[in-house]
Design a protein around this ligand. Structure first.
Ligand SMILES: Cc1cc2nc3c(=O)[nH]c(=O)nc-3n(C[C@H](O)[C@H](O)[C@H](O)COP(=O)(O)OP(=O)(O)OC[C@H]3O[C@@H](n4cnc5c(N)ncnc54)[C@H](O)[C@@H]3O)c2cc1C
Length: 450
């Protein structure tokens, strides 16, 4: 905060990003919760402007506040994470700060919206305009998420902030979809498609300012110029939204926007210990190291200015598909053969399909037995029970030892030797059966004679 004073004097505001990624244990989550609470208390001292747009803010990650922030643990998340976020939001409200929920992996998007809805519905937060949500334009659901947030804030009669970003987990999203064998990607696969999505969703946000305070985060001069143009065309004042940049990035661009245009600019400053910085740094390196990245191109003298400032709409109008054919879906990964299909166990539609396919088997008693050519000799039928509930789910008829030996011999010594063994054992069993019958009859006769 001391370091922020210099740029605050120039007119910048700050959002402090508490570094820290997914909590692995409950102790991690509690530690992050405590450090978020302390940070809000510390930042509160600088929140003197009486308006969340001029005051500093804080950004938090839901994954840092719960060790099992995942769809499979939805009930626990709603029970344990929601009160934690609510408590932090209450502190931010009391301090007059903006409080942003960072956007993370696409497979947690629906769950994050459930958490956000539950927190925002708390009547104690009424009258505070500082609750913020981050939306990723590279996500194919971005427009639908904005509509949902607008409808939510209208229904709850709240004003919220939305930070529009392009998205920082692009490589991971693509890889995850390929590894899981999903039909498609949750993100756009052409850089220009993301740029177009960003500008289209910026336009949407500029039409929602009665409920939403738009925060446009990024370092791409073309995107920033497009937003300024859209705002001017729509008659939206420069103080009704803000631009945001990351600490150490996009300085020249934002200086110009702040000084020449008189727009609001906020700096997102990472705060934390060195060891927590690594994941953040890796994301920045991946993003800025890409040839398509604006900040990479602008410093590369081999890239012509026309290329750096090329219009993404022109590009998208020329290509034959929105999807990038160079990025293979899971099914196409192994050119000569089709890859196996997977399921997304975080996706409501996939989960419903799996549930529907499983439902008919719920009451069926399964009968498991070895797959032998003939009948299974000698095995004893066993009950099989669900280890979780003790409920009987079926029977198991194991193979007798002789079947296993015959199979092993079939594999090792061939059909005739195995048949020989089976015949020998069969004969023994047969002879044994007769002998047993004779002995039993003899005993019966003898017993009856006396
Ligand atoms: C204040 C602030 C807060 C942020 N908070 C978050 C956050 O909460 N969550 C989050 O995810 N990110 C966050 N970011 C990071 C943000 O997503 C990236 O900084 C942003 O994507 C970079 O965009 P740009 O306009 O500066 O650069 P550009 O160079 O114009 O865009 C780069 C972006 O384009 C996209 N892209 C690249 N290649 C492709 C491709 N082949 N197909 C489709 N898309 C592609 C990626 O999103 C990539 O990051 C934040 C950024 C800022 C400035």
């Amino acid at each position: 905060m001391k370091r922020a004073e210099e740029l605050e004097a120039k007119g910048y505001t700050y959002s402090y990003d508490m570094l820290g990624e997914a909590a692995r244990t409950e102790a991690d989550a509690r530690r992050y919760h405590l450090s978020y609470s302390k940070a809000i208390t510390a930042i509160a001292a600088a929140a003197t402007k009486g308006d969340i747009r001029s005051n500093p803010g804080i950004s938090v990650k839901l994954s840092a506040l719960h060790p099992r922030y995942e769809v499979a643990k939805r009930d626990r998340v709603m029970e344990e994470l929601v009160p934690r976020v609510r408590a932090l939001a209450g502190l931010a409200k009391a301090a007059g700060l903006g409080f942003n929920i960072d956007a993370e992996e696409a497979d947690r998007l629906a769950l994050s919206l459930e958490v956000i809805e539950a927190v925002l519905a708390d009547s104690a937060l009424k009258g505070w305009d500082g609750f913020g949500v981050v939306v990723q334009a590279y996500g194919r659901r971005a427009g639908a998420v904005l509509d949902w947030l607008y409808a939510l804030s209208t229904r709850l009669d709240r004003k919220i902030m939305v930070r529009l970003v392009k998205g920082a987990y692009w490589d991971a999203e693509v890889k995850r979809a390929q590894v899981l064998g999903l039909d498609s990607f949750p993100v756009f696969t052409r850089k220009q498609a993301t740029d177009v999505s960003y500008i289209a969703n910026a336009k949407k946000l500029l039409g929602m300012t009665d409920r939403i305070y738009p925060q446009f985060a990024g370092h791409n001069a073309h995107t920033v110029a497009a937003i300024l143009d859209l705002a001017q065309t729509a008659g939206i004042g420069l103080r009704e939204f803000e631009f945001q940049r990351l600490h150490g990035m996009g300085e020249r661009l934002h200086d110009l926007v702040l000084a020449d245009q008189g727009a609001r600019c906020r700096i997102y400053a990472p705060v934390g210990a060195h060891r927590d910085l690594l994941a953040y740094l890796v994301r920045r390196l991946l993003e800025n190291g890409a040839n398509s990245s604006f900040v990479n191109q602008i410093v590369n003298e081999d890239v012509a200015p026309e290329t750096v400032a090329a219009c993404p709409f022109d590009y998208m109008e020329q290509v034959s598909s929105i999807a990038n054919p160079a990025i293979l879906t899971a099914a196409e990964l192994f050119w000569e053969r089709r890859n196996s299909k997977g399921f997304d166990l975080t996706d409501a539609a996939d989960l419903a399909a799996i549930e529907a396919a499983r439902a008919p088997h719920e009451t069926v008693l399964f009968d498991a037995r070895p797959r032998l050519a003939g009948s299974v000799a000698g095995g004893q039928r066993l009950d099989v029970r669900n280890p979780a509930t003790g409920e009987r789910v079926g029977n198991l008829l194991p193979a007798a030892a002789v079947c296993i030996i015959a199979l092993a011999m079939l594999e090792r010594d061939g059909l005739w030797v195995a048949l020989g063994l089976a015949a020998t054992v069969g004969a023994f069993v047969w002879v044994g059966g007769i002998a047993y019958g004779l002995v039993k009859s003899a005993i019966f006769v003898v017993m009856n004679a006396f």
